[in-house]
Design a protein around this ligand. Structure first.
Ligand SMILES: NC(=O)c1ccc[n+]([C@@H]2O[C@H](COP(=O)([O-])OP(=O)(O)OC[C@H]3O[C@@H](n4cnc5c(N)ncnc54)[C@H](OP(=O)(O)O)[C@@H]3O)[C@@H](O)[C@H]2O)c1
Length: 249
């Protein structure tokens, strides 16, 4: 086994440990769970741009190493990744209504580290497999099902993020109970959508690197979904009782 594959297995193990740590011991302190007990703080919007930019910039750096030609399915993988991360890095932060809000610098730095490692895995996977997916891949069950799952997650994530970002009037920073669409059933359709998205990306690429990224997304976001749900129940007495953290329990 080569060094990169060995590293990937260690990284997977760390992802599983992170999942249990975030679920049982500590909610990541940003957004509604932010805390001043984690050292120096930075502006929330700036934090998001810093945290997410490696996923776009490093991706292009690693994927385009040596300027390989890409097969058509690989162009689709690159396009989906870049669309998601262009929005997350350069559009989403400017749409947030978080004036005056801060996040711990340590959170931004650890997210830069986590995003950089995952992006290195995905970017080098693209580079090393630039020509390994022929046009026949478009007709495989993996590609068709994976694309469907990815797009389902993408639209869930976008639609729910839109609802949340529109809850506040300009200048407001407090929280309201989101209503409508999937919020009727679950507290965080944006986060569940993001998980579904990267599971879809793994299915459509069928590779260890994208599996690892999907697993890390679950490790980060599944505990956050649980924390958000508990937080809503504690903050709002009139929070809809039928709404769940995950729709299946
Ligand atoms: N791939 C990954 O591992 C990963 C990790 C983290 C996040 N993400 C993605 O990044 C996006 C943001 O994540 P997040 O954890 O910050 O999501 P979030 O807690 O749902 O917040 C999203 C935005 O909506 C605002 N908001 C949320 N609930 C609100 C409410 N009830 N009333 C008013 N405003 C509300 C938040 O403001 P506040 O900031 O003031 O709370 C924030 O600006 C999501 O799409 C998520 O999927 C991905």
């Amino acid at each position: 086994m080569d060094i990169k594959t060995n590293f990937t297995y260690i990284w997977i193990a760390l992802g599983i440990i992170t999942f249990f740590y975030l679920l049982k011991f500590k909610t990541a302190p940003y957004g509604r769970h932010t805390s001043k007990n984690w050292g120096p703080m930075i502006d929330n919007k700036l934090g998001w741009i810093l945290m997410e930019s490696p996923a776009l910039i490093l991706f292009l750096f690693f994927a385009l190493q040596g300027f390989p030609a890409f097969s058509n399915p690989v162009i689709v993988f690159i396009a989906l990744w870049c669309i998601h991360y262009f929005n997350r890095t350069f559009i989403f932060p400017f749409r947030t209504k978080t004036k005056g809000k801060k996040m711990p610098l340590i959170i931004a730095l650890s997210a830069i580290g986590f995003n950089s490692i995952n992006t290195w895995l995905i970017g080098t996977f693209i580079n090393e497999n630039a020509l390994n997916y022929s046009n026949e891949w478009f007709t495989t069950p993996q590609f068709i099902i994976g694309l469907f799952v990815f797009l389902t997650g993408f639209f869930m994530n976008q639609s729910a993020d839109n609802t949340l970002l529109n809850l506040r009037k300009p200048g407001e920073t407090d929280y309201k109970i989101p209503q409508g669409k999937l919020f009727k059933y679950i507290s965080s359709p944006n986060l569940i959508g993001e998980i579904i998205e990267w599971i879809g990306f793994f299915i459509m690429t069928w590779h260890l690197a994208t599996f690892t990224f999907a697993l890390w997304t679950i490790a980060n976001l599944a505990p956050r979904i649980v924390s958000h749900h508990k937080w809503y129940l504690e903050k709002f007495e009139n929070y809809p009782k039928e709404r769940k953290a995950f729709c299946f329990f």
